[in-house]
Design a binder for this molecule. Sequence first.
Ligand code: NAP
Length: 323
Amino acid sequence: MKAIRVHAFGDPEVLRLEEVPTPRPGPGEVLVRIHAIGVNPVETYIRAGTYARLPALPYTPGNDCAGVVEQVGPDVNEFKPGDRVYTGGSLAGSTYAEFTLCKTAQVHPLPENVSFAQGAAMGTPYATAYRGLIQRADARPGEIVLVHGASGGVGTAAVQLARARGLRVFGTAGTDEGRNLVREQGAHEMFDHSAPDHFEQIMKATSGRGVDVIVELLANVNLAKDLTILAKGGRVAIIGSRGRAEIDPRDAMQRDVDLRGMVLPNTPPAELASIHAALVAGLENGTLRPVIGKEFPLAEAAQAHRAVMKPGAIGKIVLVIGK
Ligand code: NAP
């Protein structure tokens, strides 16, 4: 099969398309023929060699994909060849390829009304948005949530989840196109995170009360000011950060604020299973509709890595097999 291989950490050009053996499923394993692959920012940090946990070289990148079950291991009853599925994780973290091997718990049914490209947006972005918004920040119907960075893969997912749950949803994006897109996903009010006064505008939109929950996608830039626009008992789900932040702890003290960090791999298996049960239900009932911004062929993984780190996000970036 064809797969992207990385032999040395570095620039996007280290992503090379090569021929490798197709894996075979053992007990409890499922082999998925991939149609579309989700490209996540973390895969660029790993490729560059700057992430905390790095794979042994050479490796094939990727966690998320959607496709069709090709073959199942001897004792697998949950899936059969031909089933449409999406994955969240794979055995060797290796979805930039024509096939990937998964444990059954990493495979989830993909409803007929959802495209493979949309399925490739589920494993990391939607699961992260659910984990941050609902399991970590405990967002409840009737509360106000600010999705700080709402135009990308995780942000659009958080907006759809929050709206379906009955929250009042504020979002931010850096471009008009991004703000329009997020409004279409259900945000009640949009702000421009590149405008220094957007924190004041958000406070004004709550009549000075503050927001109950912030889903934070760039904490190093925003965390200090986030603490000044929370209501009493407010929670921040810290999902993304690309550097250090200095905060005034008194801002947190005065509002009884909770800072709740998360990384998806820390999610206990039972809670992860519950996340995917909720996500599949959301796909089936149409409240979750992943937005695909750009598609690249597998051979252009380097271009996809450059695109995912550029400002002006419009939903999810995916690699498509056979494009
Ligand atoms: P993405 O699709 O590339 O989106 C990035 C988002 O960040 C866009 O909405 C972008 O908005 C926004 N942004 C840019 N400047 C911002 C600012 N000053 N304030 C707030 N937001 C800003 O990436 P993603 O997949 O959604 O991931 C977002 C972040 O979460 C990344 O840092 C990623 O590594 C992290 N993440 C963490 C986990 C975890 O387990 N903790 C899981 C998945 C992702 P514009 O482009 O419109 O400016």
